[in-house]
Design a protein around this ligand. Sequence first.
Ligand SMILES: [Zn+2]
Length: 476
Amino acid sequence: MAFHGSARPAVCGNLFPASDLGHKYFCVNTSGSNAACSGLNGSQNPAGPSQPAETPRHPSTIGGSTGGGAAVPQPHSSPASEVPCPAEMEPDRPIGYGAFGVVWSVTDPRDGRKVALKKMPNVFQNLVSCKRVFRELRMLCFFKHDNVLSALDILQPPQIDCFEEIYVITELMQSDLHKVIVSPQPLTTDHIKVFLYQILRGLKYLHSAGILHRDIKPGNLLVNSNCLLKICDFGLARVEEPDSSRHMTQEVVTQYYRAPEVLMGSRHYGSAIDIWSVGCIFAELLGRRILFQAQSPIQQLDLITDLLGTPPLSAMVSACEGARAHILRGPHKPPSLSVLYMLSDGATHEAVHLLCRMLVFDPAKRISGSDALSHPYLDEGRLRYHTCMCKCCYSVPSGRVYTRDFEPAAERPFSHSYEESMLSVWQGKELIHRFITEHQQGKRVPLCINPQSAAFKSFIRSTAWHSSKVSRKEER
Ligand SMILES: [Zn+2]
């Protein structure tokens, strides 16, 4: 689409004042220790981020020195006393729980920037969890897209014998779409358009890399007060399976957003399952209530057929026998898509048209992410995003210089061939340890955890509680 100078949106509206959520999430307690430390913090640090990093560097610590001294895990077995009063970095508070792992808001001692710290627990329990975590880690390091959360850093692991957990640092976002939808703050059509545009823009990138997210839901769409959106939580993501005879797990996608083919027991599915979830979210943004809120997978399927009507047999070819029998046993239902117009005033003809292209029972006939992006409903969202939110376009005195490719695909597919060489937990541990070490080489001053820190202990307590609660859902 072409942009014209006069067609700029008047306002790049904020969704909520940054200070509101800033107060909620960003109140890092740095009392005392941060100011007193002169270690690896900002400009006082001779080996800081602005300096070339060829020589071996001391890691800066998360958790700091309170409550236990600077017992910092060292590379090359250096004595802890060599660390000059490491910069304090106190975990603030939990900000979210993914399918696997816990996320906390912390301050990076190297530059004072607030970031999100994710602990990936139970990594080396078995080979399946080992592969899953390594896949997520590699994906987070692979992503280079403004609407997809990526790893800013990985904390330095201890010696391999003590290596049990992985900590990843990502950009910190202020809220997520679930919190926004259930909040009282107004959601205008402009908001909905710019959110939907960014969700599809991120998904197009993921799908072009051959990655299925498999858990697209409002809580996994992080947003900032300026309406920037990033897809997060790749704990259930995997590479697309080209061989339709190979079985894929059905333990995916939060039930309300689960596509009919998964509900019907299809053993093979593709990127269309993510698009179905986006359709549900689009309707939820319009109506501010969950579109298909059922108590069980069977009721979930019933609610879907209430809206879309009884599907033809051709749309159920991959379904398991029991699910197909359930549909055929019931009364024949006519479609009732016109109720979508009643979601809200924002449910215009254009909006409902796009929604109906996403909420298609047959995955083969459902619209793709890149085709959805060409729908006229998203033109204004694209314009708004690239006029004042993106990093790919820029302004000069004479106007805005737009990028050539508004919705870039991945440069290459994500490769998971490394998984084949992972045959045991110990081998997996070595592979992951090497990956993190190599990933860090030549980059910034490495960060690591100070397990003696009092501040860090509350972080550990919360993650232990969480991992005992969610140690399930391993996938094939
Ligand atoms: Zn742009």
